[in-house]
Write a protein that binds this ligand. Structure first.
Ligand SMILES: [Fe+2]
Ligand SMILES: [Fe+2]
Length: 474
């Protein structure tokens, strides 16, 4: 077990105090991070006591502490999963060589790019969610939002540690730039598309934590296989925290569906659930379509020489590379995928290494489907005949093969013009947004109370009751 130091400015298990120069550099970055948090973090709640989980070690039977804390006092720490002695690179051209403890010179730029891209998503999502507290459906949900936010902040710390520790001056410059870009800003946007999209109501928040945080899970799984050992160890621990974010999304959507179905069975229901203050299932489907397709884009192009190079050089593997694959070079193998030839879909073999983005996306889609199946079970359990569906991976894409064409959720190709004309059959319209906004004009701060459009959860956090005061709102 690595030693944990929790009484310094920056809690860590990386023996930070033994490297004074690094410690000083991170201690200088810390106030800039806090300034960013105060400016771009949850607006209107910085003085509240929030019942939060804080990582204090990487010990599998007790890595977290739960307590009421004010968010600016949260102890953002640097924690890497314990080192596996003798770990070897598990795939690609360097397979079988000892994992790298320092950055290999020839892969320095690629590695930095991978780390910066991952890092950039962490503060971006906090920015996207910064106003949501003001319309929270309950204290329970408010706490979950803030839990996700502070942990995305810690993920930023995790990546910034790598940049400072292993990339010298350009790493420090990248760490500064991470606090300067802003989600949705036209001059200095965040790096990836989905992280510049507005996430301004709770249905989007839950869809985001279900679909977009799950992209994060798959990226982290691929990076956890990395031959660069510090990156592997960092991402392995981040995955532990990430699970809760996806829980928030999955159960959040499930509770909205549950409430909608209850309202649809109410004696006063006359065919229009909106009239009863619920979110109708077709509108939920549209938000699913939106956040799922935006998240599919995050995996990158279907055929990608960058992805091939990341794999070849041992920087980014497949999810569960060691557990689920028997052959780890991915050479002389083909992956059959649909491509566009003269405007039509054709099945073609692609060199497996070039298809690594698609391979990762495949695993993601299966994982998403599991959640959607659970949602459908809730609908079915109410005896209502409606099924939510993941749209085709061709639908509403901005990256890769299908970014040049339109497609229906069933995957039939359309011209871009026709797609634009029919867009609101499948994606939220302004009216849909207005309706949802109208449901979420006021926050619910009363203990144990929930907004009308969402069902309470079956149980609270960490064995506490649902009506626990998760946030003491100042
Ligand atoms: Fe994260
Ligand atoms: Fe997350």
């Amino acid at each position: 077990m690595s030693d944990v130091v929790n009484d310094t400015k920056i809690p860590n298990n990386v023996d930070l105090s033994s490297d004074k120069k690094l410690q000083r550099a991170l201690e200088q970055w810390q106030p800039a991070f806090l300034d960013w948090w105060m400016e771009m973090g949850p607006e209107g709640f910085q003085k509240d006591d929030v019942y939060l989980r804080t990582a204090i070690s990487v010990d599998s039977d007790g890595w977290a502490q739960f307590d009421h804390v004010k968010m600016p006092d949260y102890r953002w720490g640097i924690f890497l999963a314990d080192k596996t002695e003798g770990r070897k690179i598990g795939f690609g051209d360097h397979m079988g060589e000892p994992a790298w403890q320092e950055v290999p010179g020839e892969h320095r730029n690629s590695l930095r790019r991978l780390i910066v891209t991952q890092a950039d998503t962490e503060p971006a999502s906090v920015e996207q969610q910064r106003l949501l507290g003001q319309t929270c459906p309950s204290l329970y949900d408010l706490r979950n939002l803030f839990q996700v936010n502070v942990e995305e902040g810690r993920h930023l710390w995790a990546m910034v540690y790598l940049l400072h520790r292993y990339f010298g001056r350009d790493g420090r410059e990248e760490a500064e730039a991470l606090l300067q870009r802003r989600s949705g800003d036209s001059d200095r946007p965040r790096i990836l598309g989905a992280f510049n999209e507005p996430c301004n109501h709770w249905l989007s928040f839950f869809m985001f934590t279900f679909f977009t945080d799950r992209d994060g899970k798959y990226q982290l799984l691929a990076l956890a296989e990395s031959g660069f050992d510090p990156l592997s160890r960092t991402t392995r621990f981040m995955l532990t925290e990430e699970a809760h974010h996806m829980f928030v999304g999955e159960t959040g959507v499930q509770r909205i569906i549950d409430r909608t179905c209850q309202l649809m069975k109410d004696t006063s229901f006359s065919g229009d659930v909106r009239a009863l203050g619920g979110i109708d299932l077709p509108t939920i489907q549209k938000h699913l379509n939106l956040w799922y397709s935006l998240s599919l884009d995050l995996f990158g192009g279907e055929i990608s020489s960058n992805a091939a190079q990341y794999f070849a050089s041992g920087l980014k593997g497949r999810a569960f590379e060691e557990k689920e694959h028997t052959e780890h070079t991915a050479l002389d193998q083909a992956y059959a995928m649909d491509v566009l030839r003269d405007g039509k879909i054709a099945r073609e073999d692609v060199a497996l290494r070039n298809a690594m983005n698609e391979v990762l996306r495949d695993g993601y889609i299966v994982d998403c489907q599991r959640g959607v199946d659970k949602w459908n079970k809730t609908i079915k359990g109410h005896g209502i005949d409606f099924e939510l569906k993941l749209p085709s991976r061709r639908f509403h894409r901005h990256v890769g093969i299908y970014s040049d064409v339109g497609a229906t959720p069933a995957g039939e190709l359309l011209s871009k013009e026709e797609f634009a004309r029919r867009r609101h059959e499948w994606l939220p319209s302004e009216d849909d947004q207005k309706f949802i906004d109208s449901l979420m004009t006021k926050p619910v701060y009363e203990k144990g109370k929930f907004a009308n459009w969402i069902a309470p959860p079956p149980r609270g956090i960490k064995g506490l009751s649902v009506d626990f005061e998760y946030v003491r709102h100042a």
